[in-house]
Design a protein around this ligand. Structure first.
Ligand code: SF4
Length: 491
């Protein structure tokens, strides 16, 4: 009989962390489960399911190559699968790493004998708790400074390298003109990919690797081709390149093929060579040790009920355009939805400032939008999407996470992208047939919630702008028409 059984979840695929950290071939047996939700594919983007399933099977093969006995078992649910596997090894304790969602942890509690602390992140829960309890507002910027100091990242004599904690002002350029974006890496399909793809009837995009080697190759690619220019263009949107200078590492960080510590160490090592501007290094580090860790900690901190919040009372049903790019002629939205259909990914600005912004200003019901975001992105773990959508994207938590809503009209999208020149709508117009729906709905959103935001000094400028509009009744009339057209897929 083996010493123990080790359950490896599909988002914990790393040899050196979690239950694998001290597993020994010949002594510990490794268990993975493909549950029915994964197998049936209902609702999930096929690229996302393919990625998770194929990466897990590659991981299983890697472990077999190391001499482990590995079971990759198909079952109705993870707990049923683990019970069935456990029955084959009576009396052998089952170990698991604490999971990445409330629900998964509850499910495993009844069947797992030893639950270990989750070491797939850089911030122990008690560190966040202690920090949060000392703050009036638990906003990201404060947490990020704690991380920089605590982890000693880009610090010199107790001060931030470059003389500032952030270089956001330098990192807000629109898309450059006449610029050649480097080609993204594409990954060949191997025999495991092929068998998962044919089981699913899916043709993989080739944009995402399903192996540790591929994830490391992507990391190297980022350092060699993108890191230096990552910062200035990190918020830009350019339809001529789907990847631009983004690292494309979030799927691997979120399924465990890469650990944030090794990405951080490699980034700091690369920065130490001296040719990476501080604005780019800081921008990347902010995503990795700031935003990513903050969002994960906030998921736990806010509790399980947080995802049900609807602080702005939004009731519009999910717009048809989210599932059908042809349901809109808005160039920005249709292009982005097509990109998501192709590879289950777009970077943070299309997610936040186009899709979530639209859901926010159109008043889309937050839980419907959250479910859609969870389904459609390759890296959309529950812990990622709950704070990002409820707190940040659609301001459904009444401003607990973000001090003001991320609402914007067409002017922002026009400044940060090349979409508007090919669009039938005009970002400068707020009324009339050719008014940009973002611009019209932005003002309508402010008018709808004027009272709620009136005590928020960070909204004072926007509300001042609203009160100066001489054509507000026409704008609100147009907004009603736009909303009607959006809900019927005719704009
Ligand atoms: Fe999007 Fe408005 Fe620009 Fe059209 S005009 S691309 S709808 S922001």
């Amino acid at each position: 009989m083996p010493r123990s059984l080790r359950y490896v979840a599909f988002d914990q695929l790393h040899e050196r962390y979690g239950v694998m950290s001290d597993a020994v071939p010949g002594e510990d047996v490794i268990l993975l489960v493909e549950n029915e939700a994964m197998l049936s594919g209902t609702n999930w983007h096929p690229e996302r399911l393919f990625f998770y399933r194929s990466a897990a099977r590659h991981f299983a093969r890697l472990l077999e190559g190391r001499g482990f006995q590995v079971h990759i078992h198909q079952a109705k649910s993870t707990t049923v699968g683990l019970s069935e596997l456990k029955a084959r090894y009576p009396g052998v304790p089952l170990h698991a790493t604490s999971q990445n969602s409330f629900r998964q942890n509850e499910r495993l509690e009844s069947i797992v004998d030893v639950i270990r602390a989750n070491d797939f992140f850089l911030t122990p829960p008690e560190v966040f708790r202690e920090w949060a309890s000392s703050q009036r507002n638990i906003v990201m910027e404060g947490f990020y400074r704690l991380q920089r100091t605590r982890l000693n990242v880009l610090m010199e004599d107790g001060k931030p390298v470059g003389g500032a904690w952030n270089f956001d002002k330098e990192n807000r350029l629109g898309p450059p003109k006449n610029y050649s974006w480097p080609e993204p890496l594409y990954f060949p399909i191997d025999d495991i990919d092929d068998s998962v793809a044919s089981e699913m009837g899916h043709t993989p995009s080739g944009c995402w690797s399903t192996t540790r080697e591929g994830a490391l190759a992507q990391l190297e690619r980022f350092f060699s081709q993108h890191f230096a220019n990552f910062g200035p263009y990190e918020d830009a949107m350019d339809p001529s390149s789907w990847s631009m200078h983004h690292s494309l590492l979030s799927p691997y960080l979120n399924n465990g093929l890469l650990h944030p510590q090794e990405v951080l160490d490699a980034a700091l090592e690369r920065f130490s060579q001296g040719d990476i501007p501080i604005a780019s290094a800081e921008g990347f580090v902010r995503q990795l040790i700031g935003w990513r860790e903050y969002v994960y900690a906030m998921y736990w901190h806010q509790g399980e009920e947080y995802q049900k919040r609807n602080g702005l009372g939004a009731t519009t049903p999910l717009l048809p355009l989210f599932d059908d790019a042809a349901a809109t002629s808005m160039k920005c939205v249709s292009s982005i939805i097509r990109d998501i259909d192709t590879r289950a990914w777009v970077h943070h600005i299309p997610r936040l400032m186009v899709l979530s912004n639209l859901a926010l200003i159109a008043g889309v019901q937050p839980q419907e939008f959250l479910a859609w975001m969870r389904r459609r992105f390759i890296d959309a773990a529950e812990w990622v999407m709950v704070p990002n959508v409820i707190g940040m994207g659609v301001h459904a938590d009444g401003g607990e996470m973000m001090t003001k809503p991320y609402a914007a009209g067409g002017a922002y999208i026009s400044r940060m992208s090349n979409y508007c020149k090919d669009c039938p709508y005009n970002p400068k117009l707020r009324t009339g047939e050719t008014a940009c729906p973002f611009t019209t709905l932005y003002w309508d959103f402010l008018a709808r919630h004027e009272e709620a935001f009136s005590g928020n000094h960070r909204m004072a400028q926007q509300l001042h702008g609203l009160r100066r509009l001489s054509d507000l009744p026409e704008v609100r009339g147009r907004a009603a028409t736009v909303l009607q057209a959006l809900t019927s897929g005719k704009i």
